[in-house]
Design a protein around this ligand. Structure first.
Ligand SMILES: [Zn+2]
Length: 319
């Protein structure tokens, strides 16, 4: 279940000992700039963006990420618990240097566990870190699909898990010119597809029965094309709607790839953030880039600023 409390209500319940992110004093020109969070060090951006999203945007905000909900049978279970512990630490401590130390430690730990193939300091992809979320089976409920070929009559039923992440590709095609359209196709009738029996493009995959997860993670496979929206006229959506499941999902966080070898992230109403109490409730979205703005979080109003950052991993929560 999604935490029904608003983020600012949750933060009010927090003990006073937990440091809060506060705006940089007014002598600084950028009033929408908040206290330094985490600064870049040797290709750390994929860790910095993933952990910032997890710590401030997901963990403690949505019950889906509670550590008790991770399944012990999954090989990444231990790593998931470590992820939860570091998310809590990052939020509680008040020093960017200490945060840097914990993130580095975590990166070394994942390399030891062989979850990350790249050593700290080496380049890698933020997308790989999503495997840390795989012990959350409730985000991957079973789907029953019926596969039918209209040409040769081949028919099969199969049971698979809801994909984490749901991978969106084929940006060039008109059929999938938005995340919403891709989603409609996925939960509707995926056709025509290639039949493996008669090799005709007459195969239809119909999603028969499924529970829809409360939190949907979408990955945009950009196949080397760096700016998805501009180059491919692709439309990102801040909400996705499922008519068949009578559900609406709101975008709550993204990991972005603003240029080929860099990642940053955006969060809607970051956890434990007292911006609303400072009379700045007009800001809802925050960008963290470990290279820009001295590693501070920067508030922004217009959602198009987010699309310009080229989101590649999008987190949608059921509203
Ligand atoms: Zn066939």
């Amino acid at each position: 279940m999604i935490n029904l409390k608003k983020p600012n209500e949750v933060s009010r319940e927090k003990k006073q000992s937990i440091s809060k992110l506060t705006p940089i004093p007014s002598e600084n020109k950028a009033t929408n700039k908040y206290m330094a969070w985490l600064q870049w060090e040797e290709n750390s951006c994929r860790y910095d963006s993933f952990l910032t999203v997890f710590s401030l945007g997901l963990y403690g905000k949505f019950h889906e990420f509670d550590k008790t909900r991770a399944d012990k049978r999954h090989k990444n279970h231990k790593a998931y618990l470590a992820l939860c512990n570091i998310a809590k630490k990052l939020e509680e401590i008040n020093s960017p240097a200490k945060r840097r130390h914990f993130v580095n430690e975590f990166s070394d730990y994942l390399y030891e566990l062989k979850i990350d193939e790249n050593r700290r300091g080496e380049m890698g992809c933020a997308q790989e870190l999503l495997t840390l979320l795989l012990p959350l089976f409730h985000l991957q409920p079973f789907i029953e699909e019926e596969i039918r070929c209209d040409f040769c009559g081949f028919k099969e039923e199969r049971r698979i898990r809801w994909p984490l992440p749901l991978k969106v590709h084929q940006f060039g095609s008109l059929q999938f010119n938005s995340i919403q359209k891709y989603f409609d196709w996925f939960v509707g009738s995926r056709s025509p597809d290639l039949c493996e029996v008669c090799f005709q493009k007459e195969l239809r995959v119909v999603l028969k029965q499924t529970q829809i997860p409360n939190l949907i993670i979408v990955e945009c496979i950009n196949a080397g094309k760096m700016t998805i929206s501009k180059q491919n006229k692709f439309e990102f959506n801040s909400t996705i709607i499922s008519k068949s499941f009578q559900a609406e999902f709101e975008l709550v966080a993204t990991i972005n790839q603003p240029c080929p070898y860099h990642f940053n992230c955006s969060i809607l109403k970051p956890r434990n953030f007292d911006f609303q109490e400072k009379g700045e409730s007009r800001f809802e979205w925050f960008l963290h880039d470990d290279i820009e703005n001295e590693g501070s979080l920067v508030a922004f109003n217009n959602i198009s600023e987010l699309w310009d950052q080229n989101p590649i991993i999008l987190f949608y929560a059921r509203s």
